[in-house]
Design a protein. Structure first.
Length: 153
């Protein structure tokens, strides 16, 4: 049975919510958000699904652009783009560390992928060479068969 209103996945609704925030508020520029920004959002939009809000904010605050901005920032901003406190050294360090870890992990993943592609390419080359050798052997056998079958006739 199909329902008329299927429930969207929380991730998709969080993405849509994040896009809405980026259009309405100063979230788009990836400036460091004020601590407690979720409470400000709920106060302005009381019908918000809290789980989707947490997921949307998590997606935003874990993005590379946000982390890069956070690593260099000195002040935080509210929904209107006004300053709302300072970024502590602890938060800057955390953003830098997270950024470095993510970059390192991506580099390792790309290296493993390249290694896998190289191994696959080598296996394909070896298979091609084996096929070529088998074809040559077969042609040689056919030539010998044709040569000796003519003599016996």
């Amino acid at each position: 049975m199909n329902t008329a209103n299927p429930t969207p996945s929380p991730f998709l609704s969080a993405r849509a919510l994040l896009k809405e925030f980026q259009e309405k508020f100063a979230v788009r520029e990836c400036m460091p958000l004020a601590i407690g920004i979720d409470k400000q959002l709920i106060a302005q939009l009381p019908a918000l699904d809290r789980k989707a809000l947490r997921t949307a904010l998590g997606i935003h605050t874990n993005s590379l652009r946000y982390l890069k901005g956070m690593a260099k920032a000195t002040v935080r901003f509210d929904l209107d783009g006004n300053t709302a406190g300072e970024v502590t050294e602890t938060h800057r360090t955390h953003a830098s560390t997270t950024l470095q870890e993510r970059i390192k992990k991506d580099a390792e993943r790309r290296k493993a992928q390249r290694k896998e592609e190289d191994a696959q390419r080598k296996a394909e080359d070896a298979q091609r060479e084996a096929d070529q050798a088998a074809r040559q052997r077969s042609e040689k056998l056919n030539q010998l068969t044709a040569k000796f079958s003519r003599r016996g006739s």
